[in-house]
Design a protein around this ligand. Structure first.
Ligand code: DGL
Length: 283
């Protein structure tokens, strides 16, 4: 049987991670879980979010028995990873802002003269919660000391990504929302998409600001999953390449019994047949 991976987010954002995992490891069965009852996470206080994420994830792991859990949410990962790893007996992969990658790329493109902050100017675009986390401060201190890092917390962008996936509504207002931050006082060369919702709008961001390199964590996460579930890669990737019918199945779960996430289900079905859709009881 194919190994299965549970991919968790508050809303549609984790689909950006799921897409990368599906591309690299099509044989894996992927269970997508969105905690849409508690969406958005980016405005929730830590003392509310920690027990919520722990509860939903532990119950889901018990119910679905995946081989690995991806917390496809920067807001949740930067807060709950140690506790989740302590409570669960399967590997837990977290998604955190790709500051290390962006800082290294920015240093390469700007060169490294001996002047102050030789690594250039990079941006971190994330939820209001993520930009203020100690975890984020530490990432910047450890990996981007040579850069100037500007931060921007946006809930609007999270909602625009939801509207894009759910209603295919184009995000009007992107330019007014971000341009001043992106350009002043010095134009940013690289911007970390530190919320999994934002890569879903990457095409629009690239089109509006083609000179900026938009950096996300999706690819690195898919590689990490391949490292952690190696036996499944070697035994089935070839078979899958020859016969796509061997692709792992896709399933969709959510927490709000009043809100079926039709947009997420439609998105998943573009990647393959969705074999099960259900509310996940959390009590
Ligand atoms: N997608 C989530 C993240 O990566 C959070 C979105 C939200 O619920 O605010 O941070």
């Amino acid at each position: 049987m194919n190994s299965s991976v549970l991919i968790f987010d508050s809303g549609v954002g984790g689909l950006s991670i799921l897409t990368e995992v599906r591309q690299r490891l099509p044989h894996l069965s992927l269970h997508y879980l969105m905690d849409n009852e508690a969406f958005p996470y980016g405005l929730k206080p830590d003392d509310e979010l920690i027990p919520r994420v722990l509860k939903v994830c532990t119950l889901a792991v018990k119910a679905l028995q995946p081989d690995l859990l991806i917390i496809a949410c920067n807001t949740a990962s930067t807060l709950t990873l140690p506790q989740l790893r302590e409570q669960l007996s399967i590997p837990v992969v977290g998604v955190v802002p790709a500051i290390k990658v962006a800082a290294a790329q920015a240093a390469e493109t700007t060169g490294t003269p001996d002047s102050w902050r030789p690594g250039g100017h990079i941006g971190l675009l994330a939820t209001p919660a993520t930009i203020n986390r100690t975890y984020t401060d530490n990432l910047i201190r450890d990996f981007a000391g040579h850069c100037t890092v500007r931060r921007f917390g946006s809930t609007e962008l999270v909602q625009w990504a939801e509207d894009w996936i759910n209603e295919q509504r184009t995000p009007y207002g992107l330019f007014e929302h971000l341009n001043s931050w992106l350009q002043h006082p010095v134009p940013l060369s690289h911007v970390v998409l530190g919320c999994t919702h934002f890569p879903l709008l990457k095409a629009q961001l690239q089109q509006q600001w083609p000179a900026i390199t938009w950096v996300d964590s999706g690819n690195a996460i898919a590689r990490r999953v391949a490292d952690l579930l190696p036996q499944t890669v070697s035994s089935t990737t070839l078979a899958t390449a020859i016969n796509p019918a061997r692709n792992g199945d896709l399933q969709c779960f959510w927490t709000d019994s009043h809100k079926e996430p039709t947009g997420a289900i439609r998105y998943l079905s573009t990647l393959g047949p969705v074999s099960r859709c259900a509310v996940l009881p959390e009590k």
